[in-house]
Design a binder for this molecule. Structure first.
Ligand SMILES: Nc1nc2c(c(=O)[nH]1)N[C@H]1C(S)=C(S)[C@@H](COP(=O)(O)O)O[C@H]1N2
Ligand SMILES: [Mo]
Length: 338
């Protein structure tokens, strides 16, 4: 691999890894497995290029350019991200590091690397050339892709042959933790949100539709016995299945809601919220209990959303408002901001 080819291949692999990583966080089912295979292969491809890149980097450092330290920070962040992604995949997801899971360190370091990657590409530009798409260039790119794909396949076989914990993960890569035992699951916030102090006796849920709004007291909601077994799969790298009990969201909105609204926003006492399209409604339960027990405060008491088939960040906790209106469902950030 030449200098140019190595740099371009690294950039392509980094972009692939970022995009597939974010996409996988939106997926719950077997599509996640396909996207994550590409994600892992991109990570392995980056590793395979390390011998070539380190020659280039050593030469670059000798030239003592301004901001050379920023390249070292970038390298360190990427090494940490790769390392923790690898630890998660193999079987050390809860190697708690400053109270974070391996997946959280993997993602956090990758996010921190983004501004450095952008700077690095702008500071050391490589304009595309005709020869990049030459037969030789494409052959090398193909060889790298093949090697990364084979190495990924071998790593998956290795996990199984070695009976490593990583072999037993869900399609999303998450590990099972605390199924049918709600108290054994970690109470998790997406980023900076904090559990509110809500006295269930004082809580009321406001359900607002284009026809007007109505509020429910907690005791009223606790009287419903709708049930659903569903899996909460946190992007932090774990999942748990529970038997949930509460009330179907559809029941509170009324059956004609499809003619009067296009989406439903489920909002927490903390301001955290997610907006759902109407076809998702039959999978949404407002839960007051898990495994027959009242929810505990960290897990969303007195009322939390169960969004079957969606990743954990859709499962809004401490729900106090349901708003059906005619905004499109995509009218929100793809990931929560708090
Ligand atoms: N209000 C609110 N709800 C939230 C979150 C949050 O930060 N704030 N985090 C979500 C995420 S990322 C997950 S994985 C689940 C975790 O639920 P648990 O704490 O019951 O395990 O809650 C979701 N609901
Ligand atoms: Mo999560």
């Amino acid at each position: 691999m030449g200098r140019r080819g190595t740099n371009l291949a690294l950039l392509a692999l980094l972009v692939t890894a970022f995009l597939t990583g974010w996409l996988a966080f939106q997926l719950f089912d077997s599509r996640a497995r396909a996207v994550l295979a590409l994600h892992a292969a991109a990570g392995i491809g980056i590793l395979l290029l390390v011998p070539w890149k380190s020659v280039i980097a050593r030469r670059g450092l000798r030239r003592r350019r301004p901001l050379g330290w920023a390249s070292l920070v970038l390298a360190a962040l990427l090494v940490l991200s790769l390392l923790f992604g690898f630890l998660h995949s193999v079987g050390l997801p809860y190697l708690y590091f400053a109270d974070l899971t391996a997946m959280e360190v993997h993602v956090g370091t990758a996010l921190a690397a983004i501004p450095f990657v952008v700077w690095h590409v702008l500071a050391r530009p490589q304009a595309p050339r005709r020869t990049d798409l030459s037969r030789r260039g494409l052959l090398r790119a193909g060889t790298l892709a093949l090697a990364a794909g084979l190495a990924y396949g071998a790593s998956e076989l290795g996990l199984r042959a070695g009976r490593l914990p990583g072999a037993a993960r869900r399609q999303t890569g998450s590990y099972e933790l605390g199924s049918h035992e709600p108290a054994a699951t970690p109470a998790t916030q997406w980023m900076f949100d904090q559990p509110p102090i809500v006295d269930p006796g004082r809580l009321s849920l406001v359900v607002a539709t284009p026809d007007g709004s109505r509020s429910y007291r907690y005791e009223e909601l606790a009287g419903f016995r709708d049930r659903l077994t569903a899996t909460l799969d946190c992007t932090g790298g774990w999942f748990a299945e529970q038997d949930w009990e509460g009330v179907w969201l559809e029941r509170l909105l009324g059956s004609g809601i499809g003619r009067r609204a296009t989406s439903v926003n489920v909002v927490s006492a903390t301001g955290y919220g997610r907006r759902f399209s109407l076809p998702a409604l039959p999978r949404l339960l407002l839960a007051t209990r898990a495994e027959g027990q009242e929810l505990d405060p960290g897990h969303g008491a007195p009322l939390r959303l169960v969004a079957a088939g969606e990743r954990g960040f859709w499962w809004v906790k401490w729900v106090t408002r349901i708003q059906a209106d005619d905004l499109p469902a995509w009218w929100q950030s793809p990931f929560p901001l708090q």
